[in-house]
Design a protein around this ligand. Structure first.
Ligand code: AMP
Length: 400
């Protein structure tokens, strides 16, 4: 699958609309706590500036649900862009209102205008055609560099693409990189290829697990989802997180793994707590001996050793989902130990966005991984084998 490439567009001196994903985490004081997503968009923005384009940037931030809520203003993003690009950033007070219209009309080559949060407009998430047309009217070219929302059929991601022909739209550098990376990982991984899958529930990752099975050599399960498998195996899991309606699916996955010769690893011990709290009483127990009413909130030390052993010879690692409740220090150790091991290995290491990216960043290992995706949900859908709605219109058609 080849995407329409920004490098092949005749952008010189033109007006360009770039959909970015500046949906960055903020602390209680409105400071950006991780600007990875902004930094990841710089290559595409600089490419356009180098060609003297008038650049219009659009993004969402949080979920203002179609209402103007200044808590979700992109003003802090404009300030960060200004710092990173060492360039003035013009900011519109609205998305398609008078202010944006005026500023777009007088925007000169080499200037950058950031529109206000695109989700202040209800038409965005509804993929409203009229709204998409108004966005498209602003520019001669459309670039999608927002991998993190490309699994959403929203107006600035999907709807807008219908107003540009193949000579006037493309994927930006970040989107290209993400799609290529996951494509290669799924189609031609260097083997042995292991997936480490954790997080809260099987349900959120069921399809991804099923799709990964025929492609990987080993799977290591952690997090809350492990308990549905353990219960299905007949273990007593106390009050641990479980999805009883997915026990059969869990069995199916384990049967498939066996049939395909995939080594399937489950935790052999856990950190059990008497309640879901940082100051819970906790102890290390084997998977066979989780007490009644106690819940497993992290993988235990024997599991860490086992997983390290199993990961030793691996050449490619895909990691999606924490091994425990990493937000609480007491239950972060399993994830942290696995993160250090993965980071130190010589394998190609790919972190699938969302919580896992956050976890790796908190430990300070983000520079040690080969690739950290900017999209948790989007990367999961790629692993499920789906073509993302924001990517589909940017696929290069085969020449006849
Ligand atoms: P997900 O969004 O499905 O990737 O899940 C991420 C969340 O799973 C994190 O917020 C973790 O705190 C949570 N999590 C990980 N392990 C457990 C566990 N053993 N029990 C409950 N929640 C967990």
């Amino acid at each position: 699958m080849e995407l329409l490439n920004i490098k092949h567009l005749n952008l010189a001196d033109k007006k360009v609309f770039i959909r970015c994903d500046f949906n960055v985490p903020m602390d209680d004081f409105g400071n950006i706590s991780d600007d990875r997503r902004i930094r990841s968009a710089l290559a595409t923005i600089n490419h356009c500036i180098d060609q003297n384009c008038a650049v219009i940037l659009a993004s969402h931030l949080g979920r203002p649900d179609g209402e103007i809520d200044m808590k979700y203003s992109l003003a802090p993003v404009a300030r960060r862009l200004n710092k990173l690009l060492k360039k003035d950033i013009l900011m519109a007070n609205d998305v398609i209102g008078e202010d944006a219209k005026q500023k777009v009309a007088i925007l000169q080559g080499g200037q950058i205008l950031l529109l206000e949060n695109i989700r202040f407009e209800a038409g965005e998430t509804k993929n409203n055609k009229e709204f998409a047309a108004k966005l498209a009217d602003m520019a001669e070219f459309y670039i999608n560099d927002a991998f993190g929302v490309s699994h959403r059929a929203h107006a600035s991601v999907e709807g807008i693409t219908h107003f540009f022909d193949d000579e006037h739209k493309a994927a930006g550098y970040l989107l290209q990189k993400e799609i290529q990376f996951f494509g290669k990982l799924i189609e031609k991984p260097v083997r042995p290829f292991a997936a480490i899958v954790g997080g809260s529930k099987v349900s959120g990752k069921l399809e991804a697990l099923v799709n990964l099975l025929p492609r990987v050599d080993k799977i290591f399960i952690g997090g809350g989802m492990a308990f549905t498998f353990l219960k299905q195996m007949g273990y007593h899991i106390g009050a641990s997180l479980v999805e009883d309606d997915l026990l059969e699916d869990a069995q199916h996955i384990m049967d498939e793994a066996k049939r395909l010769g995939v080594k399937f690893y489950l935790p052999v011990d856990v950190i059990a707590a008497d309640r879901f709290s940082e100051d819970a009483v906790s102890k290390i127990v084997t998977a066979q001996e989780i007490p009644d009413k106690w819940m497993g909130l992290d993988i235990g030390p024997a599991t860490v050793r086992l997983y390290r052993e199993g990961l030793n010879d691996v050449q490619t690692v895909l990691w999606n989902g924490p091994m425990g409740v990493y937000e609480m220090e007491k239950f972060a150790r399993g994830s942290s130990k696995i993160a250090h091991f993965v980071a130190d290995s010589y394998a190609t290491t790919v972190v699938g966005g969302g919580d896992t990216a956050d976890l790796v960043q908190r430990i300070g290992l983000d520079e040690e991984m080969t690739f950290i995706s900017t999209g948790g949900g989007a990367s999961l859908e790629l692993l499920e084998g789906k073509v993302l709605p924001g990517v589909l219109p940017l696929i290069k058609k085969e020449e006849e």
